[in-house]
Design a protein around this ligand. Structure first.
Ligand code: FAD
Length: 391
């Protein structure tokens, strides 16, 4: 039987990982990346849960060793109280509790390059780099993708991974979504410092900002700092940003150096109501975007991918049409309630930490302090962050 054809649009983390995972099924895949250079140069990093790390490991994309995937077995949360004093409010130490790591850090540029090389060498994936899609139309039973140079191809399924704010998604799916701007900006950079045993991820909640220290080696730590836009405009200079980051970092590290430039991104929440239509499936940041404080954006995407791979595997084995509404609905039925609850949960955590009312803060800290003493709560917290919600 002839292989069914899938077109994956988008050359970010989602497009590349999706193409690789689905190439293991009996499918023919075209991957349209747009311009991938910017992604390959990014200084951003991403935290992956143990469960998703195990999934990536099975894909055999890289030779897995500590250099690329740096583990953190401990996580500590802090608030800043009066006189700018750090106050540890929560800790999970998996070394004492289980063999699983809390998270693994990877550098986006490294994982992207590794996946790009893998895609180029994979005969089930045809790479259409730098191509731009001008339209997607129906063509008999199948979907027809038209490129700018008028080349025209037909597919059983088109998976759109063009990120948040994509014109293609807006044109096809209009604005059927829940969307809000947090009026915050995320600033990312990498610090170098004296060598230490660096396996503790830390996050500090301070009024209108949240700063995460995410180890990527004994000498390097990635910074994800989210700050209210108006507070950022007041600082507004790279030297002021550096001063602020140094203020936090000096609590944990010595001889700090800034190893990369700072990348900025607006922080939004996006939850799509419609997941698919007429052989077109939305995926990745095109489908949902969450606040970076929980490091869960890509983790949610990988959980969707595990579900999609399972659904499509069954259908291809049975010789069924993978782009049919029944199949896309089966995927959606599992993913949509889970993603909805998860995204709102992250929104709630973010609001809880940034709410400034004194009485609320006292109550919040009391609840967290109780949770910090309960192994049951820690297990629950860990399992939800690791494997997502099971509804
Ligand atoms: C500061 C920050 C920290 C984060 N930290 C974490 C973390 O620790 N853990 C975690 O799990 N997640 C994290 N995330 C989320 C994670 O980075 C994203 O969810 C993920 O990178 C989304 O990838 P994507 O491929 O869906 O979208 P994008 O990265 O936006 O990629 C979309 C791609 O599609 C291409 N494209 C657009 N239009 C077209 C077109 N018409 N034709 C062809 N190509 C097109 C674009 O050029 C782009 O390359 C973080 C996010 C931020 C902002």
């Amino acid at each position: 039987m002839e292989k069914q054809k899938v077109c994956i649009v988008g050359g970010g983390l989602t497009g590349l990982i999706t193409a690789i995972a689905l190439s293991k099924l009996n499918l023919k895949i075209d991957l349209v990346t747009g311009n991938i250079e910017k992604n390959l140069k990014s200084n951003r990093t991403v935290a992956i849960s143990q469960n998703n790390y195990d999934f990536l490991k099975k894909l055999n994309i890289f030779k897995f060793h500590q250099k690329e995937f740096w583990p953190s077995s401990k996580m500590q949360l802090y608030t800043i109280e009066k006189k700018e004093k750090f106050h540890e409010i929560f800790e999970i130490d998996n070394k004492e509790r289980s063999k699983k790591q809390i998270l693994y850090m990877i550098e986006n540029s490294k994982i992207m390059q590794g996946m790009f090389n893998y895609v180029k060498a994979n005969s089930s994936i045809t790479l259409k780099s730098k191509k731009i899609i001008s339209s997607i139309t129906s063509n008999g039973l199948l979907k027809s993708v038209k490129y700018k140079n008028s080349e025209n191809s037909k597919y059983h399924l088109v998976i759109i991974c063009t990120g948040h704010n994509s014109d293609l998604v807006k044109e096809l799916f209009h604005n059927q979504s829940i969307e809000k701007s947090y009026e915050e900006v995320s600033i990312t950079t990498t610090l170098g410092h004296d060598s230490i045993k660096n396996n503790t991820a830390r996050q500090i909640f301070s009024g209108n900002e949240i700063i995460a220290f995410l180890p990527i080696s004994n000498k390097k730590t990635s910074i994800v700092w989210t700050i209210k836009k108006d507070a950022m405009y007041k600082l507004n200079k790279s030297s002021m940003f550096k001063k602020k980051i140094k203020f936090y970092a000096e609590y944990f590290f010595k001889n700090i150096k800034f190893l990369t430039t700072m990348e900025q991104k607006k922080v939004n929440l996006l939850i799509r109501q419609k997941y698919y239509q007429d052989r077109i499936l939305l995926f990745g940041d095109s489908l949902h975007v969450v606040h970076p404080l929980a490091g869960q954006g890509l983790n949610m995407i990988l959980r969707d991918l595990i579900n999609l791979e399972k659904t499509l595997k069954n259908k291809t084995t049975l010789g069924l049409d993978i782009g049919s509404p029944d199949v896309l609905e089966e995927f959606t039925k599992e993913a949509k309630p889970r993603n909805f609850a998860y995204a709102l949960g992250i929104d709630l955590i973010r609001n809880t930490f940034l709410f400034e009312k004194k009485n609320f803060k006292i109550l919040r800290n009391k609840i967290i302090s109780k949770a910090n003493k309960s192994n049951f709560t820690k297990d629950l917290f860990y399992n939800i962050a690791d494997e997502g919600l099971k509804l």
